[in-house]
Design a protein around this ligand. Structure first.
Ligand code: PLP
Length: 509
């Protein structure tokens, strides 16, 4: 244990005496005491049924699991204590680039917990679920308006699944036209899910190099564009935080060869109310509601990655969609399965509906002006951080950015400090580390996305921490190399992890 760990974050400082916190948090099993319970229910006033009369033979077990026996207060304190060990967007800036860890307003949670939304059964007849269907329909209209798409399916549960669904529609479109194509183009700056979605649809992925300025150039696309190309997948702003300024021309090139353009909308936060992917030539795209539209994420979900399409791809949408009744049908909303060329269902029921409610609440509370302000503030904040860090930090492609900026560890190399060390040291300063070593095209990249949620003081605190670490790297590199020092656990031996047979698994060639 280093001296800093003992001095600043030991039991003394955390307040062992006051809160009963300690370095060790026993498992619930270890806290268990025979006969202790966390519930109280009245005595039954009817005869108890014998289990054998209720359950079929074979479903009853003698070897009951030894579940922990605890009082309510034991359980609440245990989980409250360990919840304070987490980094959270409710505690501090969460600079994870490409993840848009913006603050999730609590009113969204209130809306999602309204009994009419939270208690609805997914198989309830549409006639008794009009409110939720209307919300889904209205959300579809709003996302279509924001993105310039014609229709939007709410089913995919993540950005990656939205991509998979989008490329399935691309495949269905070409196959329906009898046009066999086998290639998807992906820039070298893309998120790994892009080539993965293409490969899962049995496409060969051809990588296009970005220019020295970090963006995609029409000539590079034209060079690899052939009648075999089904689609180009492009992220805009890209994963370097740069706007793809040639996007309209690039879309024209792809379309001229009969291909389609998939827009990875994970970074839509930078464009809200300013530019619409559909107007720039994108045919199909996904949204990350759990990023741009302020629904909570991290820890594996649930997420929501609706996929939007232009009309040419609408026949292939997953079913059901929500339809507003009209004319002789009367009023209200219905589930629509009339998509004869549909790729089928990609999620049970109607997707992660709780996320749709949160996103709708967010959209409604901001309105069009508020959404535009989000994008403007997100871009301003990223450029402000870049301006404060430039000089002390190496900026591989030094141009005005959109929603995020990318630094590298190049200037720290002479002191033996790497991006990983910086990430660990930031934890000591109270921050979740930024995205590291991505995008892959920047050696030792550190990708920071502050989002619009941060105040000027919040940004300054983070910039001060980054500047302090750059200084420490020079004056006391060992201290940075052995960080974190203020956490409950010291640094994992990642060199050992890297030798682990499972982590070293390589696909067979
Ligand atoms: C650019 C980009 N595309 C796609 C994804 C995939 O989204 P999800 O994590 O929701 O599957 C991400 C996620 O970080 C991303 O940053």
């Amino acid at each position: 244990m280093s001296s800093e760990r003992g001095r600043d974050a030991g039991p003394e400082r955390i307040g062992n005496a006051t809160y009963g916190l300690s370095w060790e948090e026993p498992l619930l099993f270890e806290r268990s005491r025979p006969g202790r319970v966390g519930y109280s229910i009245p005595e039954a006033d009817v005869p108890l049924a014998e289990p054998e009369s209720v359950f079929e033979a074979g479903f009853l077990r003698d070897d009951l699991p030894a579940l922990p026996e605890l009082s309510e207060v034991d359980v609440v304190r245990h989980f409250t204590r360990i919840s304070t060990w987490n980094a959270a967007v409710d505690l501090a800036l969460y600079p994870l680039g490409s993840c848009t860890m913006k603050y999730n307003p609590k009113i969204n949670e209130w809306a999602a917990r309204l009994p009419g939304f939270a208690s609805i059964h997914p198989l309830q007849p549409a006639g008794t679920a009009q409110g939720v269907l209307e919300l889904c329909w209205r959300l579809e209209q709003a996302l279509a308006e924001i993105s310039g798409m014609d229709r939007v399916s709410m089913q995919p549960a993540a950005g990656a699944q939205g991509e998979l669904t989008g490329i399935m529609m691309v495949r269905a479109y070409h196959e329906h036209r009898g046009d066999a194509r086998n290639i998807v183009l992906v820039p070298d700056s893309a998120h790994g899910t892009n080539p993965a979605s293409a490969a899962l649809n049995d496409y060969r992925v051809v990588t296009i190099p970005s220019g020295r300025d970090g963006i995609l150039h029409p000539e590079a696309v034209a060079k690899v564009m052939t009648p075999d190309v089904a689609a180009l997948m492009v992220t805009n702003p890209n994963t370097l935080g740069l706007f793809e300024t040639h996007i309209a021309e690039i879309c024209d090139i792809v379309h001229a060869h009969g291909g389609l353009v998939y827009g990875d909308g994970a970074n839509l936060n930078a464009l809200l109310g300013i530019a619409r992917p559909g107007d720039l030539g994108i045919d199909v795209m996904h949204f990350n509601l759990h990023k741009t539209f302020s629904t909570p994420h991290g820890g594996g979900g649930p997420g929501s990655g609706p996929v939007g399409v232009k009309n040419i791809l609408a026949p292939y949408l997953p079913v059901p969609m929500v339809r507003k009744r009209a004319g002789s049908e009367g009023e209200g909303f219905a589930l629509d399965y009339e998509f004869p060329h549909s790729i089928g269902r990609v999620h049970a029921n109607f997707g992660n509906v709780g996320m749709l409610v949160r996103a709708w609440a967010y959209l409604r509370s901001l309105g069009p002006e508020g959404l535009r302000l989000c994008a403007e503030m997100a871009v301003l904040n990223a450029n402000y951080l870049l301006a404060r860090l430039r000089g002390a930090w190496h900026v591989p492609i030094d141009r005005p950015v959109m929603h995020e900026c990318v630094l590298s560890d190049k200037q720290l190399e002479p002191f033996g400090i790497t991006t990983l060390d910086v990430a660990k040291r930031l934890i000591d300063y109270g921050y979740h580390p930024p995205t590291v070593y991505f995008p892959l095209i920047v050696h030792g990249s550190i990708m920071i996305e502050p989002t619009e949620s941060e105040s000027l003081e919040g940004l300054d605190r983070f910039a001060d921490a980054m500047l302090a670490i750059a200084e420490e790297a020079r004056s006391d590199p060992e201290h940075v190399r052995t960080a974190p020092h203020r956490t409950r656990l010291a640094r994992l031996d990642e060199t050992r992890a890297a030798r682990h047979p499972v982590l070293r698994w390589q696909p067979e060639s």
